[in-house]
Design a protein around this ligand. Structure first.
Ligand code: MG
Ligand code: MG
Length: 273
């Protein structure tokens, strides 16, 4: 396998929150996902994970979506963002544009690739669960159907997740069931052609951007300032940390310096010798 891509996977698989993602990680997925993208005509990026206790979406997902969307646009590939009604107000104010709402609009016919970043994927019983096993179904619209029955013919799908309950994890469902707490309940059945697992889903998206940087020989990663501003804007719009439920510059309970260090490590791994 290509060594620079293996290095990127090593970076994004770091698991400082102790989520236990190792059984879900598959070498080579990041490279295959990155190599699938440059031929895209138009990409739909799907994100937004609603936290019922806070009445708002979480800070994992949308920042990664913004970074990935900008990288694709820098490569000349048009992007559209998708979420559902519970998340739309915050993501719209958070800067995701153009933003479309499931159930109200249709996917552009030119979309050839779909990427889900930290988006709930239904479990075997058809319901949506948090990592803790809470039933989120009343707060989730079936946007994951775009990766299943509602998938455009011939579309390439990529899932990015960090827990086992997200779109794409159907690809490693047996490992979620045996390797993740409450896996038998929460494991999503929704698979993707390529599955990127990471310590937080934003890191998986950044890792994919780093992969596109390797392929294009362009520096497509956000600098730390930009990434921090994306997070601050989402917080100002009402997003909360998905683990703590608080409005603070954290993602999955991890303070900003952890995320800044991850971004720096990815940049270093894409630097030309
Ligand atoms: Mg997650
Ligand atoms: Mg997360």
């Amino acid at each position: 396998m290509n060594r620079p891509f293996a290095n990127l996977e090593t970076v994004i698989w770091s698991d400082p929150a102790g989520r236990g993602i190792a059984p879900l990680c598959r070498a080579g997925e990041l490279e295959r996902a990155a190599r699938a993208l440059p031929s895209a005509r138009r990409v739909a990026i799907v994100t937004g994970f609603f936290i019922p206790a806070a009445g708002a979406p979480e800070t994992d997902g949308p920042p990664g979506a913004l970074a990935l969307g900008r990288a694709l646009e820098a490569l000349g590939i048009p992007v559209e963002y998708w979420t559902d009604r519970p998340c739309v107000a915050v993501l719209d104010q958070g800067g995701l544009a153009p933003l479309h709402v499931y159930g109200e609009e249709a996917l552009a016919p030119e979309v050839t690739h779909l990427i889900a970043i930290e988006r709930p994927g239904r479990a075997a019983d058809g319901r949506y669960y948090s990592m803790r096993g809470a039933d989120l179904t009343p707060h989730v619209e079936p946007l994951d159907s775009l990766f299943g029955d509602g998938k455009p013919a011939g579309a390439v799908t990529i899932g990015i997740g960090d827990g086992g309950n997200e779109v794409g994890m159907g690809k490693v469902r047996p490992a979620v069931i045996t390797g993740i707490a409450r896996g038998a309940t929460i494991a999503s059945v929704v698979a993707a052609d390529h599955l990127i697992v990471a310590g937080t889903s934003n890191w998986g998206a950044w890792g994919l951007v780093a992969g596109l940087s390797l392929l294009s020989e362009m520096d497509l990663l956000p600098d730390e300032e930009r990434a921090r501003r994306d997070l601050e804007r989402l917080l100002a719009a009402g997003a909360v940390d998905g683990v703590t439920g608080r409005s603070a510059p954290t993602v999955d309970g991890l303070a900003w310096p952890v995320h800044a260090a991850l971004l720096a490590a990815l940049r270093e791994a894409t630097a030309r010798p």
